[in-house]
Design a binder for this molecule. Structure first.
Ligand code: NAD
Length: 480
């Protein structure tokens, strides 16, 4: 396949972009050019929104289809994605450094699972129920599609984070303009090809890769009815402000600084193993929910630091396309610089560097950072407060259970988290006290059947589960 693309997928066709400008992507492990796509601009957004508007407003179109017909289309899209799974997962890993084993699960399999899940949820659901009113007459309560959705996604899990929006949104009857992040645009081309093959009506999904200014234009476009955003808290605040002034519904999945609370009863040999690695350093630390603040009981502090250091120093760092790799590179030079900046900050603010802190010496190319552990971190230090979005853990001491809960909750964010204990009931008790949208007991794995999202600066609203359908529906009561 030619990796240099000349057109944009808008209105069910490959169309010429408004300008000659390109987005060129570098391989995260090779630093070589992987390919390019047209850089969408405001004119492309106008065309894409018009196509989504026309598709939504068509009286016999997508929004008016019986749910079973839409469900069949969602399943066709899942099939078309499945046929491209290998190419998609390779494209994601080569661009953003996600290990191929993770990419296969998260970027390959999960979007198809979500499409089939929402197809099943709507297939036999008329979206309308009739209630006995209080005035002696029935009331019909309908869930109608919200309209044209602007979906804006980051680079760390571009296919999944698109699917968490379009799968429930398409099921509800909405139409989409999807704006991928400039770091991950090649997988978006493969997604567009799947949409084309699945024969969705023209304009139901339109894709315009572009940067943040064009994203901001899309958010404020007068013909957009709803915004679904995943990305940084800083961008989320700007988008929320725009949507607030327009009274436009918005869901925001933002940053995190979650805590892994290690209780004093834990058997460290079993706790600090694979599930702990996945909860803290998944996707090279480029995961929003990662438990990067490790809270350790003062009575066993040194033991915990040793166990975490031994796990992290034993990780295999390397080519994301090699199935043996556990930690791949950062997605870009900019992201590597950012992570290295935080490592320097950790050192100058007095944290003790135990493992890592530099670039791997055996990898000549690629945006790598050696997985890093800091000990003696105070929760007030920058590396404990700000989202690093890289493979850097901070081990923070606490005195007792109340102190652990206090420190876990002493954060601007509240997205993920985990509790590690041999006593399930005790773990549940602590988990209930932590202010967060999601939390795991002795592991952290997002279950798509349950709502996922954050509290405080981690966002507004939830994705996944039946709850996510409601993000894309408007409720109407008809009094008979
Ligand atoms: P980012 O906010 O810089 O960019 C995300 C996307 O938004 C990109 O497509 C970008 O072009 C666009 N964008 C940026 N500013 C915008 C604006 N003002 N208006 C409209 N669009 C705008 O984030 P990033 O660096 O690409 O991604 C990393 C961030 O995403 C981290 O903070 C991470 O925690 C967060 N994230 C959150 C979740 C979640 O589910 N809560 C999941 C993954 C990533």
């Amino acid at each position: 396949m030619n990796p240099h693309h000349e057109s944009l997928f808008i209105g069910g066709r490959w169309v010429a972009p408004a300008s000659d400008e390109k987005i060129t992507v570098l391989g995260s492990s090779t630093e070589d050019v992987l390919g390019s796509v047209p850089a969408g601009n405001e004119k492309d957004i106008d065309v894409a929104v018009a196509a989504a508007r026309a598709a939504f407003d068509d009286p016999d179109g997508w929004a008016a289809w019986q749910p079973a017909r839409r469900a069949n289309a969602l399943c066709r899209l899942a099939d078309a994605l499945e046929r491209r799974m290998e190419a998609i997962t390779h494209a994601v890993s080569a661009q953003n450094g996600m290990t191929i084993t993770l990419s296969e699960q998260v970027e390959g399999a999960l979007p198809t699972t979500l499409l089939r899940y929402y197809a099943d949820l709507i297939r036999d659901n008329p979206g309308e129920d009739v209630r006995d009113g209080m005035l002696g007459a029935p009331v019909h309560v309908r869930r109608e599609p919200l309209g044209v959705v602007a979906a804006i996604v980051p680079w760390n899990a571009p296919q999944l984070l698109s699917a968490t929006k379009y799968a429930p949104g398409l099921a509800a009857g909405c139409t989409f303009v999807l704006k991928p992040s400039p770091e991950t645009v090649l997988d978006a081309v493969l997604f567009a090809e799947a949409v084309e093959e699945a024969d969705l009506p023209p304009g139901v999904i339109n894709i315009v890769p572009a940067g943040r200014e064009v994203g901001a234009y899309l958010v404020s476009h007068p013909d957009v009815d709803k915004v679904a955003f995943t990305g940084s808290t800083a961008a989320g605040r700007q988008i929320a402000a725009t949507c607030g002034s327009l009274l436009r519904p918005v869901t925001l999945e933002l940053g995190g600084k979650s805590a892994a609370v290690i209780l004093d009863d834990v058997d460290l040999n079993t706790a600090i193993a694979e599930p702990f690695f996945l909860a803290t350093l998944l996707a090279n630390g480029q995961a929003c929910f990662a438990s990067t603040r490790v809270l350790a009981p003062r009575s066993r502090y040194d033991e915990v630091v040793d166990a975490v250091a031994s796990l992290v120093s034993g990780l295999t760092v390397g080519d994301p396309l090699d199935t043996r790799t556990q930690i791949g590179p950062m997605a870009s030079a900019r992201q590597r610089d950012r992570v290295e900046g935080y490592i320097e900050k950790g050192k100058t603010e007095g944290a003790r560097l135990v493992v890592g802190g530099s670039r791997p010496t055996d990898l000549a190319k690629g945006f790598y950072v050696t997985p890093t552990v800091f000990a003696d971190v105070d929760n007030s230090q920058t590396i404990a407060r700000e989202e690093i979005f890289g493979p850097v853990l901070s081990v923070i001491a606490y005195t007792d259970e109340d102190d652990a809960v206090r420190i876990a909750n002493d954060s601007e964010y509240g997205l993920g988290g985990s509790v590690w204990t041999d006593d399930d009931e005790r773990g549940m008790r602590v988990a209930r006290r932590i202010h967060t949208g999601t939390i795991g007991l002795n592991h952290y794995t997002v279950d798509p059947a349950a709502p996922f999202g954050g509290v405080k600066a981690s966002g507004l609203g939830r994705e996944f589960g039946p709850e996510a359908l409601h993000n894309y529906q408007q409720i109407k009561s008809i009094y008979r």
